[in-house]
Design a protein. Structure first.
Length: 455
């Protein structure tokens, strides 16, 4: 039994002082309430730790390599994607495992307790499956075990190069499967997940309406009766135009008209939606998976956060391309995007809750729902996904409640205040440092020195 005493705690009932949280051997919270017994850990501020709901782990290794303008003077998401395909062609399973372990370690030190890994790098160069069809999924699982992060694995179904069903190009062929082979891969990955910790789970991720056709989408969804369903949706103007030309409707419109979208779904980005589509998606109960740092990096556009949340929608946050893994910065970036667009302040705050409180609670609720993970709250029965924050700092001292949370997110020093992180009770970060940082980082550096950077 781990017993945590916290001077301040954000609970489902709001802010409370002098709270005891007991974490059992199962990794779940067994008690949260008044102090009753001696502590094994004393902390200044205890918060629920969100789930990172959207990650492509391997892309962390190419961070910083796509910031120069190439020969195409209209550099865009699509030119970035071509560079990504060139980079990934050199990645082996050993590389991917080392990169993912580094990424998951960084996520934990940033305050995420779990990740929904949108995993689409399945095969060897040229599209040839490995002897074990789930080889790459197995490497993601191994990396998560080494880091101690909670995992919702989302094997990606990806079949075509566009809505016209064109063949996959070089790079994309490492992602590709027809529905039958994808379901075989998914079953093999599910068998490996079942051998892992009890907080590990598996879902399904049709990549996008560009990469799957209606028949294939129906086939894999019919086979996936449980677990989360994730999909990129309405990210780029060109994507919207392509889907409209081939399917006769905009992406969000087509999906809602043709599938029963509900709270199992997480739609990623959604930066190119009309007002009507935004309200309609909010009504479904699905989570909008937002990745503001990546969306800014790729020029995706600005999600209509004020309209979506005002219509009762749920959002969560992910680090996507992992160019910069920073939980508090993701939250701040969403809020600032709304302010810049509307020339406003405190855009997402309500009359009852501050901006930071709205963002942080949304991150916990949305991340938990999107990952199918029983977490996001400090309450009996939930997984013990927890962040301990040191408040005796220049900008957090003498602050309480919502003002403390706002200061953590908006003053720029929040990440440095993270002292401890628990993932399903696993105490993986102590005194701001991951328990396997040296080993993981050394291996990652070895891989980085092996990879070609001139892409």
């Amino acid at each position: 039994m781990q017993v945590i005493h916290a001077e301040q705690t954000l609970t489902p009932a709001g802010w409370q002082s002098d709270v005891e949280v007991q974490v059992g051997a199962t990794g779940r919270i067994e008690y949260a309430g008044a102090v009753k017994q001696p502590a094994t850990h004393c902390v200044s501020l205890l918060l629920p730790a969100p789930t990172n709901l959207h990650s492509h782990a391997f892309q962390r290794a190419m961070a910083g390599l796509t910031e120069a303008r190439g020969p195409d003077q209209s550099d865009s998401f699509w030119s970035w994607r071509r560079l990504m395909y060139k980079f990934l062609d050199q990645l082996t399973p050993e590389h991917v495992e080392a990169i993912a372990a580094q990424v998951f370690m960084e996520m934990l030190e940033a305050g995420y307790a779990a990740v929904a890994e949108f995993h689409y790098l399945h095969h060897a160069t040229g599209g040839m499956p490995y002897d074990s069809i789930s080889e790459m999924s197995d490497r993601i699982i191994a990396a998560s075990l080494q880091a101690g992060i909670g995992l919702s694995l989302l094997p990606v179904y990806y079949q075509f190069g566009g809505c016209d069903r064109r063949d996959l190009i070089a790079g994309q062929d490492r992602f590709g499967n027809d529905p039958e082979r994808f379901l075989t891969l998914h079953a093999a990955a599910a068998a490996q997940i079942a051998k892992g910790p009890s907080d590990y789970s598996i879902g399904i991720a049709p990549h996008s309406l560009r990469a799957v056709d209606p028949a294939g989408l129906h086939a894999v969804l019919s086979a996936a009766q449980t677990g989360p369903i994730h999909m990129h949706l309405a990210e780029q103007v060109a994507e919207v135009e392509e889907v409209l030309a081939h399917l006769g409707a905009r992406p969000t419109e087509w999906l809602l008209d043709n599938h029963d979208v509900d709270d199992r779904w997480c739609l990623i980005h959604c930066t190119q939606m009309t007002d009507a589509e935004t309200r309609a998606l909010a009504r479904t109960g699905a989570v909008a998976g937002l990745c503001p740092i990546t969306e800014a990096s790729l020029g995706d556009g600005i999600f209509q956060g004020t309209l979506f949340l005002g219509a009762g929608g749920s959002v969560g946050f992910g680090s996507d391309s992992n160019i910069h893994i920073a939980l508090f910065d993701e939250l701040k970036a969403l809020e600032y995007s709304q302010r810049l667009r509307d020339r406003s302040r405190a855009a997402l705050a309500t009359s009852e809750k501050s901006t930071g409180r709205v963002l942080f609670e949304a991150a916990n609720r949305g991340g938990a729902q999107a990952a199918g993970r029983d977490t996001g709250r400090i309450a009996r029965g939930a997984w013990a996904d927890l962040i301990a924050i040191e408040t005796d700092t220049a900008f957090l001292c003498n602050r309480h409640g919502d003002a403390l949370l706002d200061s953590l997110i908006f003053t720029g020093g929040g990440a440095a205040c993270i002292r401890d992180v628990w993932s399903a009770g696993r105490h993986v970060v102590e005194n701001g440092r991951h328990f396997q940082r040296d080993t993981i980082e050394t291996r990652f550096k070895e891989v980085m020195c092996q990879l070609e950077t001139d892409i």
